[in-house]
Design a protein around this ligand. Structure first.
Ligand code: GLN
Length: 536
């Protein structure tokens, strides 16, 4: 088993997540058993309560962990389900250490960053391993930040451990100074010095750059940073993120790494056929389809990362480029909704929390419903479709979700009890906000002859959830009578999972998040079908 660490220097947002995912793709395409795990330096115990506006989307795994969005990249590229144990934050590490201290596990010793915190980090790295050939550990943040120091120290210690063969890849940024007409390697040199201060010599340096990196710059980095020339790998921009694996392979990232790990790359030939086919498809999209996404975090695309990708996947499958029009729900009202949705071939209301922007979303849903515009509601988007139909079709004037108004007619309400792994879980209004949702994969049963059944082509599906509220089953028959069918239910028949309209070309709401399971090589059927209907 080998450990590969990926750190970042010079600047944040270099795309370390995509780099890690791409490297894993290359190794997997050479038939290695790979796994990627993420260590984040922030002190939140998990990303579940972090604002997607600051930190990007919260990605949910099958086993119900609320994780960093990079795990989404890992899954999309490797087509492997990530696990709860694939991500950890400093906050969680410290909380584990403090819990142990309270339990008396340190026998009264003074608790220190070294060795107690670093041991906890090493415990994480060594835990829950399943005979993988290569495990990639992506270290969040930028080298030089105070928060990442304990991680670097743990890596130093683990690399010193004779039993583990490892490599460290440091990703930096090479800026271009137009006044000098040159690429500048000094920030990279400084960043590597930071690593050396922590006692770590990188094996491979990946250089993000907007321009082709000339031989001189490569030589300079090699000389000053003490790595071989062929271990300085240019990491240039790609047209599509799905081109990154083949681009990195062109610069021999996988080969170089394998040599560092004492493998003979020729014995593990690379098969990138499915990816090359995908790139061909991406580069020959013929049509354009405009999707209006009505949400709250519309000025930071990262807060809807998986959704963005799932729409693109659905588009590729339909030979179409998806143009997403991010529409701020707070700016929509009854009067301007038509203008706001002008030119949209379909409308999507994604997941969300809180009352802000609800009115605008409901107006958008109503417009789509009344004008036969394809509508896709995800989680909150389904709940709001239920509210909209209850108000405007069933004429229940004060229909609402108890999330927004506890005194209204709750067509959507707080779920206070459910069964998970054979134990009853209870919640109430006063429960903590962190870690108190229906999270992770749950099965749903689809009605034969329904639209959603014809899309999935199966009876039982399994999708990921992240919500506190549920559609109130008491209203099901009222909806049925008007042609709005709950065509997917939890296997016990209690929780509505899918809503669809019989009077509309494509009007579907789902209580789960299908976008989390869409992959470029295996796009999600709901997104493929939605885009197809938007093209009509
Ligand atoms: N706020 C809603 C709930 O908690 C919807 C959540 C979501 O869209 N993920 O049930």
């Amino acid at each position: 088993m080998h450990f590969v660490f990926i750190t970042g220097g010079v600047a944040s947002s270099l795309g370390k997540g995509i780099a890690s995912a791409s490297l894993a793709t290359l190794l997997k395409s050479r038939k290695f058993k790979v796994r990627i795990r993420k260590l984040d330096p922030y002190l939140n115990v998990d990303p579940g309560t972090m604002s997607p506006y600051q930190h990007g989307e919260v990605y949910v795994t099958d086993d119900g962990a609320e994780t960093d969005l990079d795990l989404g990249h890992y899954e999309r590229f490797t087509n492997q389900s990530a696990k709860k144990s694939d991500s950890i934050s400093s906050g969680k590490i410290y909380s584990n250490v403090l819990n142990k201290e309270r339990k008396g596990e340190y026998l009264g010793a003074t608790i220190q960053v070294i060795p107690h915190v670093t041991n906890e980090i090493k415990n994480f790295m060594n835990s829950d391993l399943n005979n993988e050939d290569i495990i990639i550990y992506e270290i969040g943040g930028t080298v030089g930040d105070i928060e990442s120091l304990p991680f670097l120290e743990a890596i130093r210690q683990i690399r010193n451990d004779k039993n583990i063969s490892s490599a460290l890849i440091h990703m930096t940024y090479i800026p271009y100074l137009s006044s000098a007409g040159e690429l500048k390697t000094k920030p990279t040199q400084h960043s590597v010095k930071e690593l050396l201060n922590a006692g770590i010599q990188p094996d491979i340096i990946m250089c993000r750059s907007e321009r082709t990196i000339d031989k001189d710059s490569i030589s300079k980095i090699s000389l000053f940073c003490n790595v071989k020339k062929d271990s300085v790998i240019p990491a240039l921009n790609a047209k599509s993120i799905y081109e990154v694996p083949s681009l990195y392979s062109k610069y021999k990232l996988d080969e170089t790494l394998l040599k560092h790990l004492n493998y003979n790359p020729r014995k593990y030939p690379l098969n990138l056929k499915p990816w090359n086919k995908l790139i061909l498809k991406i580069n020959s999209l013929k049509k354009v389809v405009n999707i209006g996404v009505v949400g709250k975090y519309t000025n930071l695309k990262d807060s809807y990362k998986s959704l963005n990708e799932a729409l693109i996947h659905g588009g590729i499958e339909n030979s179409s480029k998806v143009e997403i029009k991010w529409i701020n729900a707070e700016k929509i009202n009854k009067k301007n909704v038509k203008d706001k949705l002008y030119n949209c071939d379909g409308v999507l209301v994604p997941g969300g929390f809180g009352v802000r922007g609800i009115g605008g979303k409901i107006e958008a849903i109503r417009y789509a419903r009344e004008n036969n515009l394809p509508y896709f509601g995800i989680c909150l988007g389904m709940q709001l479709a239920v509210i909209e139909i209850a108000r405007n079709v069933l004429r229940i004037k004060n229909a609402n979700s108890s999330e927004f108004n506890s005194k209204s007619k709750s067509v959507v309400g707080l779920m206070t009890e459910w069964v998970q792994n054979n134990t009853i879980i209870k919640r109430n209004i006063n429960s903590d906000k962190g870690g108190t949702m229906r999270l992770g994969s749950y099965k749903a049963k689809l009605k034969k002859n329904s639209k959603v059944f014809s899309i999935y082509k199966k009876n039982i599906i399994s999708e990921r959830h992240r919500h506190r509220y549920e559609v109130n089953e008491k209203f099901i028959s009222k909806f049925n009578k008007k042609g709005y069918i709950f065509s997917g239910m939890s296997p016990d028949g209690i929780l509505p999972e899918v809503l669809e309209s019989n009077n509309h070309p494509w009007f579907i709401g789902v209580q789960f998040h299908p976008e989390l399971k869409s992959r470029p090589l295996t796009p999600h059927p709901l997104f493929v079908s939605f885009i197809k209907s938007c093209l009509k």
